[in-house]
Design a protein around this ligand. Structure first.
Ligand code: ASP
Length: 440
């Protein structure tokens, strides 16, 4: 069996973290392929190496370039020294410094954080090093090119029993030999691709929290961790703002039926969160998670006999489409329809959208409100239990929170509620109390 282990930046920020990673990998001989990020923050006000590289790139023609570059070199050298490794990256630093000054591309420069960290980690673990540039192909929008990557990567993995593969970058897929990076946080994507090509039984994603919280810990202090979540639930929650894995990291493993385990490098014995396609595992609570976002506007359109006018909704929606605006929800009544939309996207086009609706749909009245927060209550357990919606509404009513909008997805795995922005945090706390604290 093979496990692929990806370590985020905070898990490899300094020598102490490297030691933890060493122990984790050596505790399980199935952990054969390792994907590291660049060194992250060691303390709250610290700067990630990737951010230092971005700074170096933008200052490459300025006097302080050397100081910035030296601070990057120091980060790596202090790891090497503190781990007492008989190893030097001096030649690599010299090449990268020279390339930076010689107009190397942005993607090349920012990818060096992972490259250098992977070299150190491979040496420390005594694992082989596979350069991501040799095995990962990425298109110009930053998406992984499976057709070109998979054969290269599978062949390389077959030749190395144990290897470290830097995250976050590969080569462009146009044969140009240029480095192309994923978007920020993209080492998650590399880990997922390596898991798929290694036919892994598990993709372990090691970070600095013991899994996904049921609710945002900034709102619900000491929120419990989600033990098991399906890919679908995760998608609903991340869409509603729960910051989890890089969005593109789900597809490669999901398509190959490989579960992801989110684990905490600082508390390796915690079981973390397991993300699976489907499961018989009975959820501990009726709901799996709560997430939400503030900052939505509603455009309510009224017209007598709207329900009898064929094509009315289409004409209204056409206006939003023509302005490139994406619609979140669309609750409707007999003679009204409401379009819920991100307020920041909408505001730039507001008057032109209103004029367009008047022109195309000839409504009696249009009303705007810009004070809506949306909260998603998500859980596969909701399908089987009666009264979930009633419990959500009662919890909010008891806390004097007025519900402006309700929408239940047809999968019955989520209920979306709209409340005024100012009730957002209170509403999440009330729902958490009803479903998590009371059920325990
Ligand atoms: N180092 C990159 C970043 O900071 C990629 C990653 O950590 O996944 O975004």
């Amino acid at each position: 069996m093979v496990k692929v282990v990806k370590f985020g930046g905070s898990s490899l920020a300094d020598a102490t973290q490297f030691r933890k990673v060493y122990n984790i990998i050596n505790a399980d001989h199935e952990r054969r392929y390792v994907v590291p990020s660049a060194p992250g923050k060691r303390f709250a006000k610290d700067t990630k190496v990737t951010d230092l590289l971005i700074l170096a790139y933008s200052h490459r023609n300025e006097a302080d370039f050397d100081d910035i570059f030296d601070s990057i070199v120091d980060r790596y050298n202090s790891i090497i020294e503190e781990l007492k490794l008989d190893y030097s990256l001096a030649d690599e630093f010299a090449t990268i410094r020279e390339n930076c000054l010689d107009n190397a591309s942005f993607d090349y420069v920012i990818s060096r954080g992972e490259y250098l960290n992977a070299l150190i980690l491979a040496h420390y673990l005594d694992y082989d090093f596979i350069d991501a540039a040799d095995v990962i192909r990425i298109d110009e929008s930053g998406n992984y090119d499976a057709k070109r990557t998979d054969p290269l990567l599978k062949e390389a993995l077959a030749q190395h029993e144990k290897a470290v593969i830097p995250g976050f970058y590969g080569l462009k897929n146009d044969g140009s030999q240029q480095i192309q990076a994923f978007s920020r946080g993209g080492s998650d994507v590399t880990g997922s691709i390596v898991s798929k090509c290694a036919n892994a039984s598990l993709y372990e994603n090691w970070t600095d929290v013991s899994g996904f919280m049921i609710a945002d810990p900034n709102i619900v202090k000491h929120s419990q961790v989600i033990e098991t979540i399906t890919y679908q639930e995760l998608r609903e929650l991340s869409y509603m703002g729960a910051s989890v894995l890089h969005e593109n990291s789900i597809f490669p493993v999901r398509s190959a039926g490989i579960p992801i385990n989110i684990k905490n490098t600082n508390r390796p014995d915690d079981s973390g969160t397991l993300i699976v396609e489907t499961t018989c595992h009975k959820p501990k609570h009726v709901i799996t998670g709560i997430a939400g976002k503030k900052g939505f506007a509603t455009v309510t359109i009224e017209k007598d006999m709207m329900n009898a006018e064929i094509g009315f909704c289409r004409r209204v929606l056409q206006v939003f489409e023509d302005h490139g605006l994406s619609i979140e929800h669309m609750p409707s009544g007999i003679d009204t329809m409401t379009v819920v939309i991100n307020v920041n996207d909408f505001i730039a086009h507001e008057q032109s959208v209103l004029a367009g609706i008047h022109r195309l749909a000839d409504p009696d009245k249009i009303e705007l409100e810009s004070d809506l927060a949306l909260i998603a209550v998500v859980g596969r357990g909701m399908k089987r239990s009666l009264g979930t919606a009633a419990r959500v509404f009662t919890a909010l009513a008891k806390d004097n929170i007025n519900i402006k909008m309700i929408d239940q997805g047809s999968s019955e795995e989520n209920i979306i509620i709209g409340v005024r922005n100012r009730y957002f945090e209170r509403a999440i706390k009330a729902i958490y109390k009803e479903f998590i604290i009371k059920e325990d």
